[in-house]
Design a protein around this ligand. Structure first.
Ligand code: AMP
Length: 580
């Protein structure tokens, strides 16, 4: 049984290491020494969680309860904990200071089990129960252990790396060679439960990848589309017969049905079932087959009567975001009606459809989903003729939609989970307005505002993801396009992620240092017009190359549905610059 002490010591070490290789090496060494469920549990813990992303793993303890638990554990008044919190800035550090030295006795399993118990305490009296459970384990923990238990409970582990580093470490630890990392990453797109993946790898080694399949209850990573520069490029990329589908501007949804059990997952694999009771009810009516997994987009939508005609109204993404809530769900269901447009089917009665070509999947989709009420199928046109696609695009934009997705109909057009696939191409309205492109950028800093925005931010320092290094590199400063309401919302979002120094997975040039550093968490969509070389930014910077910068950036909206690792990548920016 591995001690929790070893894990806590490794957390401490990892916080300080910046080298990608070194972090992976340390993680691999640690996993090599684990057995059975410890492998699974540690995989979750490194990501600051106690389960896969698609399970609700919030423990239900915020600062107030943690303060009470810490005070109880160490026999000090709550005021003292609050005072120390103000000084240290982190409740884990407060636990460390207050705790007495003792022999380490806890195992990883002890801590993991306790975190689960804290999560599961619910109903009347659960606050006291949760506080008691935390207090009790803190009394058994060493100062170092206490620090990380508190951070884990509050969801503030922040080791500065994500799941990709873990997958690389698994390759070394469980297959003895880093060369299997690519395959393991592919498996992770289908088996998105990192603990389960780790445990299976530990048991079966290099034979594991490829053995995972989609199943109801475990969402796969979404297939994504490529961008193209022009219609000519589209013609080159997708030869022969192709389908152009309407592109709906809302939230990606994966619906899983197993009998009466229906769940919805977001692109970030979060369980969003509770937010959309209307969608769940509608799917129940539209889909009679027993087991199915569907992929689609939810949009804010209404059918209106105008001069005796029925017209469809597609509302902007911002309106849909009102549905992102835990409370007043019924009220907002009325206030902001939605519709779902399914465009793919991934699983049917025990059979994975991921390897079937798109035309076959679409035929099955049409066979098993009845279009009625708020359930629709993505509308499309099939043609070989690029002019017809252009006409379809123009009609689509006319309707108030954002563009089209052109899909290959070739026999190889499988569903590529987790990939920006060369079978799907998006073409948006902005593209037809010259070289204007939208980017999903991660906020890594902010500059104080002047004038009207005094006391709030003036501009945001934004970064792209360097996929190889799993690091965020700055691309641009965004200072325009915000309404007052946007500014307020961004301020409140960012305030929860302020860092005291540059986060170690962010690379910023000296001359670009912001007034406030932000942990890479919040993603915004930005419209920009040109990529240029720039010594001021670090995006794509190499020994021989200067960084790249985005010129004339304009804020469009907050992307609640994207995490930092879903952001635009350095490679995409480079391809755009090279006109690839
Ligand atoms: P973007 O967000 O601009 O990268 O565009 C990709 C997103 O468009 C996908 O992740 C989907 O959520 C969404 N989308 C809307 N309609 C479709 C469609 N018909 N086919 C595929 N993706 C679509």
């Amino acid at each position: 049984m591995a001690r929790f002490k070893e894990l806590a010591e490794l957390f401490e070490e990892l916080e300080k290491i910046t080298s990608h290789k070194e972090i992976v090496r340390k993680l691999a060494g640690f996993f090599e020494g684990l057995k059975g469920n410890e492998v699974r549990d540690s995989a979750y813990l490194f990501l600051g969680s106690i389960g896969p992303a698609f399970e609700n793993t919030t423990l239900g303890i915020k600062d107030r309860l943690a303060i009470r638990a810490i005070a109880g554990a160490y026999g000090v008044p709550e005021e003292e904990v609050i005072r120390k919190y103000a000084r240290e800035g982190d409740l884990g550090d407060v636990a460390f200071v207050l705790s007495e030295k003792r022999e380490a006795s806890l195992t990883i399993e002890d801590v993991f089990e306790r975190l689960r118990q804290i999560k599961e305490a619910s109903g009347k009296g659960s606050q006291e129960e949760k506080t008691g459970l935390l207090s009790d384990i803190l009394q058994k923990a060493t100062p170092e252990e206490g620090k990380y238990i508190v951070r884990l409970v509050l969801g503030r582990l922040r080791l500065g790396f994500g799941d990709q580093f873990l997958l690389e470490a698994f390759s070394i630890a469980f297959t003895g060679d880093k060369k299997h990392a690519g395959k393991i990453k592919e498996s992770y797109s289908v088996c998105t439960d990192i603990g389960k993946l780790a445990k299976t790898l530990a048991e079966h080694g290099a034979r594991t990848p490829g053995n995972f399949s989609i199943k109801p209850g475990r969402p796969v990573k979404s297939m994504l589309s490529q961008r193209v520069e022009s219609f000519e490029e589209l013609e080159k990329r997708v030869q022969g017969k192709k389908a152009a589908e309407e592109k709906y501007d809302g939230e990606r949804i994966q619906v899983h049905k197993d009998g009466d059990w229906i769940k919805a997952f977001s692109r970030r694999l979060e369980d969003i079932t509770a937010q959309y009771p209307d969608i769940i009810e509608a799917v129940k009516k539209s889909v009679t087959v027993d087991k199915i997994v569907l992929d689609g987009e939810i949009v804010a939508y209404a059918e209106l009567e105008k001069d005796g005609n029925r017209i469809e109204k597609f509302y902007p993404f911002q309106r849909l975001m009102q549905r992102r809530r835990k409370y007043e769900i019924e009220k907002y269901r009325e206030k902001c009606p939605v519709a779902v447009f399914f465009f793919d089917i991934l699983y049917l009665n025990g059979e994975s459809l991921l390897k079937k070509p798109y035309p076959e999947r679409r035929a099955l989709l049409e066979m098993h989903v009845a279009v009625q009420g708020i359930v629709h199928l993505a509308r499309r046109t099939i043609t070989e003729n690029i002019e017809e696609i252009e006409d379809f695009f123009n009609e689509t934009v006319e309707k108030g939609l954002e563009g089209i997705v052109v899909k290959s109909m070739s026999s190889g057009s499988v569903y590529e989970a987790g990939k920006r696939s060369w079978f799907w191409f998006k073409w948006k309205q902005e593209y037809s307005e010259g070289m204007r492109e939208t980017f999903d950028l991660v906020v890594v800093g902010s500059y104080y505002g002047r004038g009207r925005r005094r006391g709030s931010f003036g501009a945001l320092l934004c970064a792209v993801l360097n996929e190889e290094e799993q690091r965020f590199e700055t691309l641009t400063k965004v200072g325009t396009g915000f309404t007052e309401a946007d500014a307020e919302e961004i301020n409140s979002l960012l305030s929860a992620h302020i860092a005291s120094e540059a986060p170690k997975n962010v690379s910023i040039k000296k001359g670009m240092l912001p007034d406030i550093f932000i942990e890479p968490t919040v993603v915004i969509e930005v419209l920009g017009s040109e990529i240029t070389n720039s010594p001021g930014h670090t995006a794509g910077e190499g020994k021989e190359e200067t960084g790249l910068a985005l010129r004339f950036p304009r804020f469009l909206r907050i992307r609640y549905d994207r995490g930092p690792y879903d952001a635009t990548t350095v490679k995409e920016i480079r391809d755009l610059k090279d006109g690839a």
